[in-house]
Design a protein around this ligand. Structure first.
Ligand code: DAH
Length: 334
């Protein structure tokens, strides 16, 4: 068979581009047949040389054009195969991405914020690493008060603590803002407590503060009543018990009627009919004064409640630790 025929048959039989490249090297490469012929031309006579040279060039041109042809055929076949393999079936059912949801603490905090925003309050924040001054001193908490003990509060140094109450934000707001003041300050607080079902060294409080001319205990009671009824329903009844806080005078602890038994007494309220909910009172004149507000012109009320406590009661959670473990089997229930 002539070299042309042989080459043509071999090229047509090539299955893919790799095989084709191997053939090209075999036919036209340095060690190829054609190169061998050209190399041998030195031994030819002067008449033969141009004839054989011309023939060899013709064969080379033929093989090159056949190679190109075959290459195009194989390439378009490969492209077609690839397109078919990668076909998308747009009618196929998709995979729904799994949506996250809010943590119960966030859900309830958002509700509480909404209720107070509805009454004209603003949301403010303060630092968690706080000066002893704002956490204690400005709030009329004396140096020998048990809350200031290192047993109860985390100290960074003599003047800086991890705030033990969001009441620290009260002092900051009063120092920076002219009355009328109407704010709530939610946030993390820290206490040197051992972890158990109802204690955690880190938990959340929501502080409330109103300062204006002519604010009375009646405003405090009305505000908390609207808050509780919105949160627990119209039937909720509030009970104020006299108490002591250094930064309010008078001070009270506020209970809400048990939402399980409605006040009759049950296991949840331990037979009391009421559940303790928050601390509150009229801002102590000394606190107003220390924060640069004239107590002969202005008065105010304040309150502070624990977010975990509300969430646990709302969602019938009996162990606080569940709120911090981030176990999705637990969290997915809410
Ligand atoms: N800071 C108090 C606590 O952690 C709660 C509290 C009581 C806040 C009375 C107040 C208040 O603003 O008026 O126990």
């Amino acid at each position: 068979m002539s070299m042309k025929k042989k080459a043509e048959a071999a090229l047509l039989a090539a299955h893919d581009l790799n095989e084709l490249e191997e053939l090209r090297i075999g036919l036209l490469g340095k060690k190829g047949e054609l190169t061998a012929i050209l190399r041998g031309m030195g031994g030819l006579s002067a008449e033969e040389r141009p004839l054989i040279g011309q023939l060899a060039n013709e064969v080379r041109a033929f093989i090159e054009s056949e190679l190109e042809k075959q290459k195009n055929i194989l390439m378009s076949a490969a492209r077609k195969e690839k397109l078919q393999a990668e076909t998308l079936d747009v009618t196929m059912g998709g995979r729904t991405p799994r949506l996250g949801k809010l943590h119960p603490l966030t859900t309830v905090l958002n509700e509480v914020k909404d209720i107070f925003i509805g009454m004209g309050f603003s949301i403010v924040e303060g630092p968690e690493v706080e000066y002893d001054y704002f956490n204690f001193e400005a709030l009329n908490i004396p140096a020998d008060h048990p809350a200031r003990d290192t047993q109860d509060t985390f100290y960074i140094n003599d003047n800086v603590v991890l705030r033990s109450q969001t009441s620290s934000v009260q002092a900051r707001v009063m120092q920076n803002q002219e009355p009328p003041i109407r704010v709530i300050a939610p946030g993390r607080v820290y206490r040197s407590d051992a972890v158990d079902a109802t204690h955690s060294p880190v938990f959340h409080q929501i502080e409330g503060l109103v300062v204006d001319k002519g604010i009375t205990m009646g405003d405090l009671k009305g505000t908390l009543e609207i808050f509780m009824k919105t949160l627990y329903g119209e039937d909720a009844v509030l009970r104020f018990r006299p108490h002591h806080f250094p930064f309010t005078e008078p001070s009270a602890e506020v209970d809400v009627s048990c939402f399980v038994c409605g006040g009759k007494g049950c296991r949840v309220c331990k037979g009391e009919g009421f559940i303790e909910l928050l601390g509150a009172g009229m801002v102590h004149p000394r606190v107003l004064e220390r924060c640069g507000i004239d107590p002969s012109v202005y008065s105010g009320f304040a309150f502070g409640l624990g977010l975990e406590r509300i969430v646990m009661r709302r969602m019938s959670i009996d162990d606080m630790r569940l709120l911090y473990e981030n176990d999705l089997r637990f969290l997915n229930q809410f």
